[in-house]
Each structure stands twice: as structure tokens, then as C-alpha cells.
Design a protein. Sequence first.
Lengths: 267, 189
Amino acid sequence: MFRKKNYLALGAVTLLALLILSLPPRVTAHLKLTMGSLFLPLFGLANTTQQLPADLADSVLPRRELLQQIDRLRRENDQYKALAVQTAAIARENDQLHSLFGWQQQAPWKLKLANVIMRDPANWWRTVQIDLGSRDGLRENLPVLTAEGLVGRVSSVGLTRSQVVLIGDPNCHVSALVENPAHDTGIVSASGPLDTSLVDLTYLSGSASLKPGQNVITSGLGGVFPKGITIGQVMDSRPVEFGLYTEARVKLSANLGALDQVWVLFP
Amino acid sequence: MLNVSLMNLFRTILILAAAFLAVFGEATLPVLRHWLGAQVDLLPVLMVYAALNADLATVSLLAVLGGLWFDALSANPMGTSILPLVAVGFVIYLRRDLILRELSFAQLVLGTTASAIVPGLSVLLLLTAGKQPLLGWGSLWQWLVMTAGGAVATPFVFALFNWCDRSLGYQPRVEPGFRLDREIRRGRL
């Protein structure tokens, strides 16, 4: 049963696996990108296939409906233009107040839209890959968000795609602030593996006065996420370690289970 | 001899192509994850098929390439998935003469076992390497889904590969019993 050939093959594969596992991180990252790039033609094919029904539906859409859509979009556009003028006025006022008090002015966010092309095939990680890479100016630790709230941060960057580690993964810790009178701060960390909409907010002080529904935003501490990005809302809280500190469950604003497009935030 | 080696090569290519597509599918098709909260891994199932029907080189190649492809799309450190796959593949390969591989029940049992062991070993390896995978009580459910999914998929994978073998592969020529030179010529009497 145990022939020499079998032993040799088993030994060779085991040795190869151990060798790959012990490679330096930089080499491993290159190997990962090289192996991952083999899937690029399939990603292109999958995108085309997904786009095909939409294109087909567009081509058979009646002219009347298209005109209605254009009319609706035009009205929406006018509303947004008015809102932009109003926002610009508020921003000017804000800048004036900042300079009046001598506060440091917050730089405007620069955002870049990215498509989510795949999710982690392993169930024990919470990561996605996006179709922006180093050629688009991406680098590690850039915050990633949707219009609803924070999604995660860029964890590794390839030429044309990047990996984003989502909030709730053990490798994505976010310093967070609860919008209550005490401005309690804590760390958003991993939650259970099943529910992607809940995360744990830990290391809150033992006297933290949390109420369900209070907003949780990024605190700006830690240097990765700027202050003020919405994370979610407090669901419930409980004292832990004999009341030494408080832990809360936070319902995320962004729907991590249905991410199609995300924004990468450039400082 | 040449035909046999070509046949083996065809089967190897087929298995590796299936592994490639399986990994891609697991990364891009969110249906199961959306409904059941876990993604089913088809690599252990393919390893069961390869260990029972292919040669040692195919088993090794599937473990190495399948593992690397999986790790490349995942946050796993590169090489993590190779060892669990190779462990399962070799154990089945060494015992394959004793296994009734044509029986659906045997396929189901092997698929269940492989789909349960591979993710367990992967997580164990990650923990040993000092990584912190996302684990909790929900992981038990995910493990059950992966196991059950693998079990259900195994007979289908076997049927699919057998169909591919019959349709696309080389079929050995069956010699007919009738031979002209052995024909008994009857006389008038």
C-alpha cells in the first residue's frame, strides 16, 4: 500500500506547501497576485455576461419610457444642483468659522468609485476584491465606504485590483465614537461569522451611557479612517469583565452582504 | 500506451479546469452565502474524485494548484489550503482499491468526510500559524453547510465526470467475438 512513489509524492507536495507558507510576505503577495491574475479573463467574461441582460433590456425599452426616465433624471439633477449650491454656501460658512476659531480645516474627500468583483471564497474571512489597483493610485489602508457608511479598508493592492478587508473581519479594527453627550469611544471589532450586519463595539468605558439608536461614527483616532464616517447604530449594550468596560452591538449602516459598488476615499 | 497516457492527461486537465472554475464560482456566486450564510467548497469533492479515479500526479497537482488558486482569491496565507487537500487526497488514494467508488453511497460518505475535514484542517493550520480567522458559534453552522453541500455535490460531480469521460474521452475498442478466420463453414452434409 505504501509504495516508495507515494511517499515521494506526498513528501514533495508537503515540502512545497511548507516552502510556500514560509516565504517572506512580499514574495507571497507577488505569488498571490500572479495566481489571482489567472482569473482576470473569467472576471471580464463574467462582467460581460452580467451586462448582457441589462444591455438587452435597454435596447428593447420603449422610447416613451426612456423619455420619462430622462425627464425624471433631469428634475433630480436640478434638485442636486440646488443642493450643491446650498452645500457650497454651508462649506464656505464652515471654512470661515474654522478660520475664525483657528481650527484646522478638514480637507474635502476625494472619492473613486470601484466595482466589487468577488468575495472571499473562505468562510472565515470577510474580504472582497475591487477593480481598482495601484495604477489607479490605490495604496494600502485607504478607507472604503458606500453612501450608507463605512465598509472597510484596502488591505493589499495589485496592479488592477485590490483586496478590501471588511469591517467585522478580525483584521479590520476601527476606532469609533458614539454620538451621545459623553462621546464614548471604543473599538469596532469582529463579530460572529454569520451575520454581516452586526459588529461589536468594545473597550467602551464602564460608565458609558449607550442607548439603542445612537449613531456610531469613526473617531479619526488611529490614523486610518478620517473622523465622521458613519459606521452604524447602537443596538444594545452590556457590561463585561465585571463592569470594567462596556461592550455594544452595532448594526452597520452599509449592507456588506450586497456590495456592488464602493467608494475608495483618498486623503 | 500512448492512448492511455493521453486519456490520463485529458482527465487531469478536466479535473484542474473544474477546480479552477469551482474556485472562481465560489468567489463570484454569492447565492449560497446569501441564503445559507456559508459558501460551499468544491475542492474537497474534486479531490475525492481525483483520488479515486486519477493518478498520483493529478492528486498532487490538484492539491497544489487548487490550493494556490483558492488562497490567491482568499485572505488565507498562500499555501494554507494545500496541506488539508493533500492529506485527504492521499489517504483516499492509498485506500482506493478497497473503496466501492461506483456506489453513490460511498461517494456521498467520502464527499461528506472530505468536505468536513478540509475546512477544519485549514482553520487549524491558520490558528497554528497565529492567524485570527473569524470564528464563533456561527462557524459550526457554516461547517455543517460546507459538509452537507460537499456531500450533496459529490455524486453529481462523479456523474458529470463520468459523462465527460464517456462523451469526450478515449473509449477502448472492444474486440468482437466474431472472427472471419474462425468461421465454421458447413458443407452440404
